[in-house]
Each structure stands twice: as structure tokens, then as C-alpha cells.
Design a protein around this ligand. Structure first.
Ligand SMILES: [Zn+2]
Length: 385
């Protein structure tokens, strides 16, 4: 009981003392008593909270240095307030250091600078200086740069999509081109060759020119046998074909070759007048045999729909020459020097007796044989490549 009444008694005595003091001093004492009375009957936290909440960011600036001091306790502040009239200003700083309510502003600053939790008091003290800068920073990037940045990339994306579309039309024009190329090979219908319509006389009687040709072959010593007419749906035709076994009494042909009489006569004369003399001059040997790759073959020219001269028995492909002394000269892209000299002379002399001469270097199809034919051309034109 004594403890309960002791403070009240002291308070009553103090009040009486105040009224006994001079007017100026009594006023200061009254204000002190009023504050003392309020601190005893009112919880400090309630008053401080509203103050701290109202001051939130701005008031912190002054607090940092004074903040650690008020920490001891609100009770000490009461005593300190009795000592100095400026104490209230200090006590006002108290709410900011504990500042549980001010954490939200800290959370904003934490976004940029994740300060350690233990230094919570120090960041608050620094916050007066830093908050202005950190808070605007997160605010600026969020509404300002980051959002426009995210919005801008979205804009360039369509721009990138637009340039992608233009190339497509570029490829489209390319597509029609290959289609045109595909149509081109189909466009040229093979021109009909008049020789495709030639047929042998049903009576089996030979035309006069055919009889004359075969007589000349016999005079050249060519061995041959007649063969039934060749016809084919593709247009291949030889009305009076022969199978040639030799090009003369001294010139063999291997293997036997089917052709028309005119081609056989040209080959026989060419062997006698050109090939054998060239072998004599270059190798000191005479021609013994000619090996051919193909004679009559019912086929079009390579890569075309036009019938080859082979389809009319009007061509001969020579693969090699065998000489009397055992020398063999093969037709090849890079023959030995002596062989090349022989082949060059034979090939050059063939242009005239034969209307078409092809061989190594003309194209890939003739890299290993000489193609001779009697293709009919206007004015007796020749193609020698
Ligand atoms: Zn050929």
C-alpha cells in the first residue's frame, strides 16, 4: 500500500510547490507536470506510432545519429524528457528506429541493395540520404525503362517478322523458274525423222542403190551378211541392214556390227585409206582389227528425245585399233604420246568421210571412243568436235 500511495503523495506535493513558485518558473513546471502525467497514464507506443507513420520516409533523415540513443527504452525517455525540454524532439525519433511500420519503405530499398538484416538500424539511419535515391531508382526503372524496354522488344519483333516475309516472295519467283525448267524438257517434241518411215520392199527386192552399194563392199573385200529389216515403235529403222564381219581382206571388225551399207562402205574405205596408212607411218605396222563399242542401237541421243544415228545403223563407235605388230591403240582421254599422234591423225582425217566425228574432249559420253556417223545435213555439213 505504501508503494501505491507514495507516488501520488509526491505528485501532490509537487503540485503545491508549483503554485508556490514565481509565474515564469511555475509555467515551465506545469508543462513538465503535464507531460509527466501523460506519460504515466498513456502508453507511449500509441502516440509514437501515429507520429512515425505520418513521418515515414521524410523524418528518417534526422534520426540516424540519434536513433541508437533512444533505443534503451521508452521508459528512459520519460526521465530524459524531465531533464531537458528538447527531449520530446528526441523521443519523437524513437518510433523511427524500431520502425516496424517503416519496413515497407525498406523493402523497396532492398530490391536494389539487399542490406543484411542485422544492419537494419544502420540502413534506416542511412535511409534519409539513401531512400531518396534508392526509392526513386526502383520506381524509375519499373515505370520507366524496364516497362518500355519490355514493350519495345515486342515492337521490334513484328518488325523482324516483316523483313522475314519479304524474302518469301523472293523465293516464290525462284519456284516458277524450276517449274519452267521442268516444262522445257517436256516442251520439245522429238521432230519426226523421215528415215523412221522407211520400210523394206514387201517383195524382198533390193533397190538399185542398195545393190550397187553391196557390190562395192564386195569389191573392197568386206565380209557381210544381209539381215531382215529393223523397225521399232520409237522410230528406229533400217530397211536393208547388213552384219559386217570385216572391213576388208586384212581388216577385221570385232565384234560383228549391224549397220546400213553406206556406213559399212565408209568404214571400209576409211580403214583402208586412212587408218592403215597412219599405223604404217607412226608405228611401222598395218591395221589388223577395229574393235567397236556399238553400231546399230535403237536409242535416242543422250539427254534428248531425238533419235541417234545409231538408231538407223548409220554410226559406228570405235573403241580401239589393233595393229599387225601387236600394238593396240585405245581411245582414251590421255593416251601415250605415240598413240595420241595416231589418234589425232585418224580423228582429223575422219571429218569428211564421216559427217559427224566425236571423241575424247567432245563430251563425257565420248571419252573412250570415237563416234563416226553419216548424219544427213543440208549441203553436206559436218560436225567434228
Ligand atoms: Zn556413237
Amino acid at each position: 500500500m505504501v508503494k501505491l500511495y507514495a507516488p501520488r503523495l509526491a505528485l501532490a506535493m509537487a503540485i503545491l510547490g508549483v503554485f508556490m513558485l514565481p509565474p515564469t518558473e511555475s509555467y515551465a513546471a506545469k508543462t513538465w507536470l503535464e507531460k509527466l502525467f501523460q506519460t504515466q497514464h498513456h502508453k507511449p507506443a500509441k502516440k509514437r506510432k501515429p507520429r512515425a507513420a505520418a513521418r515515414a520516409p521524410g523524418d528518417k533523415i534526422v534520426l540516424p545519429d540519434t536513433a541508437p540513443l533512444p533505443e534503451p527504452s521508452p521508459r528512459v525517455a520519460v526521465g530524459a524528457g524531465a531533464i531537458a525540454a528538447t527531449a520530446p524532439a528526441v523521443t519523437e525519433a524513437k518510433p523511427s528506429p524500431p520502425g516496424p511500420e517503416e519496413k515497407p519503405p525498406q523493402g523497396q530499398a532492398e530490391v536494389e541493395t539487399p542490406a543484411p538484416s542485422g544492419a537494419a538500424v544502420e540502413p534506416q539511419a542511412e535511409s534519409p540520404a539513401s531512400p531518396p535515391t534508392p526509392t526513386p531508382r526502383p520506381d524509375d526503372p519499373q515505370p520507366g525503362s524496364p516497362q518500355p524496354d519490355t514493350s519495345q522488344p515486342a515492337a521490334p519483333a513484328p518488325e523482324a517478322a516483316q523483313p522475314v516475309e519479304p524474302p518469301k516472295p523472293e523465293f516464290r519467283p525462284d519456284k516458277p523458274q524450276p517449274e519452267a525448267v521442268e516444262q522445257k524438257p517436256a516442251e520439245p517434241p522429238p521432230p519426226p525423222d523421215p528415215r523412221s518411215a522407211l520400210r523394206a520392199d514387201p517383195s524382198g527386192k533390193l533397190p538399185d542403190d542398195e545393190i550397187a552399194c553391196r557390190r562395192r563392199l564386195s569389191e573392197l573385200g568386206v565380209k557381210f551378211t544381209p539381215r531382215p529389216a529393223e523397225t521399232d515403235p520409237l522410230g528406229c529403222s533400217i530397211p536393208y541392214p547388213i552384219v559386217v564381219k570385216s572391213l576388208g581382206p586384212e581388216f577385221e571388225l570385232a565384234p560383228d556390227a549391224e549397220m546400213n551399207c553406206a556406213m559399212a562402205e565408209a568404214a571400209a574405205r576409211f580403214a583402208k585409206d586412212v587408218v592403215s596408212p597412219a599405223a604404217q607411218d607412226i608405228f611401222g605396222e598395218t591395221l589388223k582389227s577395229i574393235s567397236h563399242a556399238s553400231a546399230y542401237v535403237c536409242r535416242p541421243r543422250n539427254g534428248t528425245n531425238k533419235l541417234s544415228e545409231h538408231a538407223f545403223g548409220n554410226a559406228l563407235d570405235i573403241a580401239s585399233f589393233k595393229l599387225s605388230g601387236g600394238t593396240t591403240v585405245a581411245v582414251e582421254p590421255a593416251p601415250p604420246e605415240k598413240n595420241l599422234k595416231f589418234l589425232t591423225r585418224v580423228r582429223g582425217s575422219a571429218c569428211g568421210p564421216f559427217k559427224t566425228v566425236l571423241g575424247p574432249g567432245s563430251n563425257s559420253d565420248h571419252a573412250e571412243h570415237l563416234h563416226f556417223d553419216l548424219a544427213p545435213r543440208k549441203h553436206g555439213g559436218t560436225v567434228c568436235e
